[in-house]
Write a protein that binds this ligand. Sequence first.
Ligand code: ATP
Length: 354
Amino acid sequence: MATKHVTVFDGDDASPEVMVPTVDILRSMELDIEFSYPLIGAAAKTASGALFPSAAKAAIDSADATFFGSTSGDSTAALFYLRWGKQTFANVRPCKWLPGFNSPLASPEGIDFAIVRENLEDLYLGLEGDIEDLAGLNLFSPHARANISDLGPGKYALKAITEAGSERVIRHAFELARQRNGKRKVTVTCKYNMLSVSDGLFLEIGQSIAKEYPDIEFEHFIVDDFLCRMISNPHALDVVVMPNLYGDIMSDGAAGLIGGLGLAPSGCYGADYAYFESAHGTAPDIAGLNIINPTATLLSAVMLLQYLGFAEAASNLERAVKEVYVGGLALTKDQGGSSSTSEFCTAVSTLLRS
Ligand code: ATP
């Protein structure tokens, strides 16, 4: 296998506190991976005058994948490039309870599902503006419950659900259901009753693709009903696919079921590129305290290794993380422990060598 190239962004606020030790662990595994660290944000602005310089873009383009620490403010241009520039349309967020995870549920054993969040469309296109700018468009829909001209001053945001965008992410979900050792089931959820045209299309495409996968069980729920089911019986879920905004919200809720945001990894996949990051943000409120839980970032690194073809290394790293929890060896505050981020990572390193 040829050397793999990974671009790393340590991120902002508390992100470097989990990214730096995770990459140290990856390096210690002596895999044929070269890491590069292009500058973005304020540091890049000082060095080259741009927040997201062409060198950073070129580094992303020439790498096999990116390992991304959550960003805020000036660095978000890199995230936008990784999503819309690299067309990483399927944001896969596994939600798997492991023994030792501090779940609020009485019986979290066996929770193992993945949310596939459409990553590029829906309300995240950034097409927002003044309602009065829509007046001249003469928008008409038989489903409309209000006239634009009657709304008065305010703002709008455009929600777009495209055929191609929906098809590729729903297909990704079905393929994932085939790969997982789980229940071989795909659930589509969105608000297809109130948004019968846009979310209605998403459901329709799901129903149509389901016919191509007779080996995979298919079901669909309106998103509010889905949320109730996700909380009351998460064990029944396998792969759940939904438009962007619902996926953003539901995946934080899913993380809450197993023990919190510190445990939730993610991988964003396109046709020929992928990047990996924790599902959580930069955790600014705990930055500098060395208490942020590195599990989400370590499990994102597991997904990165799987993507790059290092299957054995991926399962070794996952095993080491699991063993920290099983043994209650070095748990961080969010998991009911009193260990630091560094102590958790040292425990993982030690287990990896054993
Ligand atoms: P974003 O909008 O980018 O998702 P956010 O501002 O909504 O970010 P997060 O940064 O994800 O939120 O943090 C939400 C809360 O969860 C904060 O109180 C934060 O400290 C906590 N949190 C997030 N990640 C972790 C972690 N890995 N370990 C411990 N606590 C975390």
